[in-house]
Ligand binder design. Structure first.
Ligand code: NDP
Length: 330
């Protein structure tokens, strides 16, 4: 069946400006790290992407190595673009990254110009695209001069293979330096992609301040802590959950009694708000307008629908925030 997008897709989603750029991103974006690889059900991935777009999610985040096997999420995404979404290409923000291991030898990971630009060419081929909207350095490389890595991002933009440049998991200090280099090259740093959730708050130690000061957007990855900030693990590890899957990044050993206790208490606050824990975790990450977009993952259409309802409830009250802090501080 051919796909026609929902005509009402822009009626409910909220779009935030990404830093001081001209680009707006949906408050909730979808990442293809898990559940879109060659080991996964292709039709399920396709349904999730099309439903997301129908609900106003215009931004899909990939990386060269997403799968497993590495590269297969981009290949599958390319198949879905070709089959369904290419007529809507101008309405989509597609990102990819290079930084983690992709191929053997000295040029298959980290931050050299050689690796970044070769990898971007491969990503474009796998997705069947002329350009991506955002190209990221996926992680800082302690051994490559920052000037070289940022120079490669600038080249990608100048070659028309990416519209914007981004960085991921750079510290506050590295971000400040990277932003200055990119600015001097004439390709401003659009966005930073750090991990951020109630269980992982490193960005509060300076990075968010740097992003604000430099006018860089922030897209928070793993806002649900890979599912730990949902009701999924409250009563054990369900079959088919990420923690149960052999190729999932989340380990069974991470589902500790302490985590379950915390999640159970947080879930009580969520219930009192009339929300699922996933929804409250997203409202929390997006509080105070310092985060442009929360970058979720999903294994089912219903999870995406559930997450988007986060936007229907009011912000967390000071009393709710205080109760959450108390639970997190233990
Ligand atoms: P999340 O923290 O949002 O976790 C997603 C998982 O949570 C889903 O796979 C699902 O688990 C569960 N879930 C989602 N919604 C619900 C719901 N409503 N109810 C119950 N369970 C739910 O994000 P991810 O860890 O998937 O990461 C998101 C994206 O962030 C990635 O796809 C990628 O684009 C990006 N990322 C970037 C990194 C970087 O280095 N830049 C690193 C990691 C991620 P289950 O599968 O068990 O059903």
């Amino acid at each position: 069946m051919s796909y026609t997008a929902n005509q009402k897709r822009y009626e409910t989603m909220v779009y935030n400006r990404c830093g001081k750029s001209g680009l707006k991103l949906p408050k909730i974006s979808l990442g293809l790290w898990h559940n879109f690889g060659s080991v996964d059900d292709f039709e399920n991935g396709r349904k999730m992407l099309l439903r997301s777009f129908d609900l106003g999610i215009t931004h899909f985040d990939l990386a060269n190595n997403y799968g497993p096997e590495g590269g297969s999420a981009e290949t599958n995404f390319g198949r879905i673009l070709k089959k369904d979404l290419m007529p809507y290409r101008n309405e989509l923000i597609i990102s990819t990254k290079a930084g983690h291991y992709m191929w053997p030898g000295p040029y298959g990971e980290w931050g050299s110009r050689k690796y970044l630009l070769a990898s971007l060419n491969d990503s474009l081929k796998r997705m069947g695209l002329d350009y991506v909207d955002i190209f990221y350095s996926h992680r800082p490389d302690p051994q490559t001069p920052l000037e070289e890595t940022m120079g490669a991002l600038d080249s990608a933009v100048r070659q028309g293979k990416a519209l914007y440049a981004g960085i991921s998991s750079y510290s506050a200090q590295q971000t400040s330096q990277a932003a200055d280099i990119l600015k001097a090259l004439g390709t401003p740093c659009l966005i930073h992609q750090p991990s951020y959730s109630m269980l992982d708050r490193w960005v509060e130690g300076g990075l968010l301040d740097v992003l604000e000061e430099k006018g860089i957007g922030c897209i928070a990855f793993c806002p649900l802590a890979q599912g730990m900030l949902t009701n999924k693990y409250l009563h054990g590890i369900p079959e088919n959950s990420r923690a149960a899957k052999e190729h999932g990044f989340l380990q069974r050993s991470q589902i500790t009694a302490q985590l379950v206790e915390k999640a159970t208490k947080l879930n009580e606050i969520a219930k009192a708000r009339g929300q699922s824990l996933a929804q409250m975790a997203l409202v929390w990450v997006l509080r105070g307008n310092r985060v442009t977009s929360a970058l979720i993952g999903a294994s089912k259409v219903e999870q995406i629908e559930d997450c988007l309802k986060a936007l229907e409830k009011p912000e967390l009250s000071p009393a709710e925030l205080k109760s959450i802090e108390q639970i997190l501080s233990v």
